[in-house]
Design a protein around this ligand. Structure first.
Ligand code: BV8
Length: 319
């Protein structure tokens, strides 16, 4: 149960007041979120750790080419991220956005994150656009098969992807954690996994299943893109776009900042690094809140959402 002790303010007063005045009067609001939103839930960002998973550039593993060359390696990358995301918990920033969605009809969140934490914070589905898919969806990689499965939380998804614990006592978390770290530690060789031991498509029984995420060079989900385009092209102006925990370097996601600006939106950046602002920079009247999204979002949205409730009770309240 959240402590009721008021949090120390992490936002300069002047900034907070002008922002909340605009927020309170805003009718149409967008949030573009990235890995930084989940950083204080313990999940590494893409840029964190130099963007590397072991010796591999994470973005190079997130490609159809990498999967066709070495599906075992790519599945170990995604199985590890599924495992870590399942162990993680939504943080106050996830709950704050979920509550804003319940309080403001004209608010939607565009999430680049595939970790499932915004859905677990009970962010209302119709105002949460998962533009890069989810670690917990799988689909057949065979071009002629349309098999797709959502909300697959089996961990590991197949025995061959289990985090090897045979030589450690899995009941002692520390040992297990050590083993988890091993997986991320390039000095420990990753096992070669035979195709036959990787997730198989239960429908065509020909193709391998692959993670239901959008890889570089792939189109974003058609239905989600249509919903966003419809929302963006409504006649009413957009009043505010909050750019939260993202380096805004990946397109078309990063392009929404300028699209929203073109519809009249003011921009509010929430980022641990004040230099990580979108390519078009900041204009007069925009806001830059430097720090941890998990601390800043509950504070700057308080005028609309009140005190953020984290944990189970928020779910009960929202469902
Ligand atoms: C496509 C899913 C075409 C998989 C991902 C235009 C110009 C240039 C290039 C392109 C362009 N258009 C398209 C491209 C190519 C490419 C692209 O953008 N390349 C980049 C690298 C230049 N785009 C694509 O390939 C897209 N597809 O264009 O298809 C097409 C068209 C027709 C027909 C066929 C094809 C697909 C892009 C999606 C790829 N999939 N994810 C997976 O996750 O494994 S992208 C992935 O990387 C994430 O989803 C996210 O989008 C991105 C990582 O960025 P962030 O989330 O922002 O994370 P990052 O670590 O970079 O930054 C973290 C930030 O948080 C930092 O600013 C840090 O300071 C801050 N922070 C840290 N801690 C905190 C914090 N902030 C607050 N609080 C904290 N505690």
């Amino acid at each position: 149960m959240a402590s009721s002790a008021p949090r120390p303010s992490v936002v300069p007063q002047a900034n907070l007041e002008s922002f909340q005045t605009h927020l309170n009067s805003s009718k149409r609001i967008l949030a573009l979120v990235g890995a930084g939103l989940s950083a204080s839930s313990g999940l590494p960002t893409f840029r964190g750790a130099g963007g590397l998973w072991r010796t591999h550039d994470a973005t190079s593993l997130a490609t159809p080419e990498a999967f066709s060359v070495n599906p075992g390696l790519v599945w170990q990358f995604y199985s590890y991220r599924r495992h870590m995301a399942l162990k993680a918990k939504p943080n106050p920033a996830h709950y704050a956005l979920a509550e804003l969605a319940r309080k403001k009809d004209g608010f939607i969140t565009l999430s680049q994150n595939v970790d499932g934490l915004s859905p677990r914070a009970k962010h209302p589905e119709d105002s949460l656009k998962l533009i890069h898919g989810s670690l917990f969806d799988v689909k057949c990689s065979d071009f002629f098969c349309n098999y797709h499965e959502s909300n697959n939380y089996t961990d590991p998804i197949v025995p061959a992807l289990a985090i090897p614990t045979d030589d450690v006592d899995p009941t002692t978390t520390s040992a297990l954690q050590a083993r988890e770290l091993d997986i991320a530690d390039e000095s420990i060789a990753l096992p070669e996994i035979d195709h036959a031991h990787l997730p198989q498509c239960p429908e065509c029984r020909r193709g391998l299943l692959r993670p239901g995420v959008v890889w570089f060079g792939e189109m974003l989900p058609k239905k989600v893109m249509e919903e966003i385009t419809q929302w963006m092209s409504a006649t009413d102006p957009i009043d505010l776009i909050m750019v939260i925990g993202t380096s805004a370097k990946v397109y078309p996601a990063a392009g929404y900042v300028d699209l929203a600006r073109a519809k009249g939106a003011k921009v509010a950046i929430v980022n641990m690094d004040k230099n990580d602002v979108p390519a078009s920079g900041l204009y007069n009247g925009d806001w830059l809140f430097e720090g941890d999204a998990a601390q800043i979002l509950p504070e700057i949205l308080k005028s609309v959402i009140g005190e953020v409730q984290v944990g189970e009770d928020a779910a009960a309240e929202g469902s």
